[in-house]
Ligand binder design. Structure first.
Ligand SMILES: Cc1ncc(COP(=O)(O)O)c(C=O)c1O
Length: 403
């Protein structure tokens, strides 16, 4: 048994009560009242125009790309420094991925993005790594520039309306983050959140697509489309069909089957209701404690929590880098700390290092900053329920190991 596990989902009495309510009172296990309530909570929390709950970030991103009409022959630009799902959502619907390098804050480098855009580019997926938002203003400026718009070849009604590549934020880590005062969920055309077990808010497995589309779109219409597309393209959901005698429905699109079950939504509902008041401030406290205790050591390259421009992290991951540390030294610390019962991690092994992506022709040497950041990165435990004493213990050990 770990003394300090790397990660742990929050399963408290509120979660138990909300799940019990599903089991005992509502009678709904699949998408029903809890999913509707979670969509409303996420919409209210983020301020997004509309929110569609799904069964993972990955399926939500596939849904979002499908909605825009991305498919074979199209290119989707992503950072090389991310989790594989950022690439797989595009590959799994037949599109190609183009990778670009990242900045020192781990987010997509806009200058590299500018060079990577071609007439086949249909979407960009910036990643809010560790909860720190990508530079959406720069990214939007690049995509709205006439040089990009004039080369964009629309193939669907949605593409005609947007008239440029889609900005699809990978906000798997960043619910609660702010970019220049804007909540994560409203910084891109579409934003996909993850509610996977290790995330700030969890539904076990799950995610949500947040819509923040330009005025030519009608969010309610696009919401309806995504809802039906998330459930086999069925004209009416099981929840809506639950009227005696009213049995008829149609399949109007070749949709996906990626809807969120109510049992999962119940877990997330209990958490999001106290996210701003309790769960996020607790994360901030732990993050600040790490910053304070590690900041005394010059070798510790600390992640940012807040900036003066109104940008703040969701404090999802504490992405520490240790100056001058080699990869074998880093791996040794992780192994030794595991022996002492402390779970550490690395986020992420860059995609070009993985077999799938190497076989697709990606080469690590094309992403030098990604490699530089990865080599001395160690992610420290950070979750609701972690005690300040545990943070102190981790910091003491880190000081010991880094001399
Ligand atoms: C950056 C990033 N994107 C996407 C995902 C995929 O999320 P999900 O497991 O909900 O599909 C993850 C999950 O860990 C992630 O870390």
């Amino acid at each position: 048994m770990n003394k300090i596990p790397f990660s742990q989902p929050l399963i408290d009495e509120d979660v138990v009560a909300e799940v019990l309510d599903s089991l005992v009172n509502t009678g709904w296990l699949t998408s029903g009242p809890k999913v509707m309530a979670l969509e409303a909570e996420v919409r209210a929390y983020t301020g997004a125009q509309a929110v569609v709950c799904v069964n993972s970030w990955t399926s939500g991103a596939m849904l979002a790309l499908k909605w825009f009409g991305v498919g074979p022959g199209d290119e989707v630009i992503i950072p090389a420094y991310t989790y594989a799902a950022t690439a797989l959502c595009a590959l799994n619907i037949g599109a190609s991925v183009v990778m670009v390098d990242v900045l020192d804050d781990f987010t997509l480098d806009p200058a590299q993005l500018e060079r990577a855009i071609t007439p086949r580019t249909k979407a960009i997926i910036p990643v809010d790594l560790g909860g720190w938002p990508a530079d959406y203003e720069r990214i939007r400026d690049i995509l709205e520039d006439e040089s990009v718009r004039s080369r964009f070849i629309p193939a669907t009604v949605a593409q005609e309306k947007l008239a440029r590549p889609l900005i699809l934020a990978d906000a798997a880590h960043s619910i609660g983050a702010l970019y220049k005062g804007l909540k994560s969920g409203t910084c891109a055309d579409l934003t996909v959140l993850s509610f996977h077990s290790v995330k700030n808010i969890t539904t076990g497995e799950g995610g949500a697509v947040c819509l923040q589309l330009p005025p030519l779109f009608e969010p309610e219409v696009e919401y309806r489309f995504m809802k039906l597309y998330s459930l086999n393209g069925q004209s009416r959901t099981t929840y809506e069909k639950n009227i005696p005698g009213d049995w008829r429905y149609d399949i109007v699109e070749q949709g996906l089957k990626v809807n969120m079950p109510d049992l999962s939504a119940a877990v997330g509902l209990a958490q999001i209701r106290k996210y701003d008041q309790q769960l996020l401030p607790e994360r901030f406290e732990l993050f600040r404690l790490y910053q304070e205790l590690l900041g005394t050591n010059d070798r510790m390259l600390l992640p940012i929590l807040q900036s003066e421009s109104g940008t703040s992290s969701s404090a999802h991951l504490f992405l520490l880098r240790i100056d001058g540390m080699t990869e074998p030294e880093r791996d040794r610390i992780i192994a030794d700390m595991a022996q002492e019962g402390i779970g550490l991690n690395v986020h992420y092994i860059p995609l070009p290092m993985m077999t799938l992506f190497r076989n697709l022709g990606f080469r690590m040497e094309d992403y030098p900053n990604t490699l530089r950041l990865y080599r001395n990165e160690i992610t420290l435990p950070l979750y609701n329920g972690l005690t300040p004493d545990s943070v102190r213990m981790v910091c003491d050990k880190m000081h010991q190991y880094t001399g």
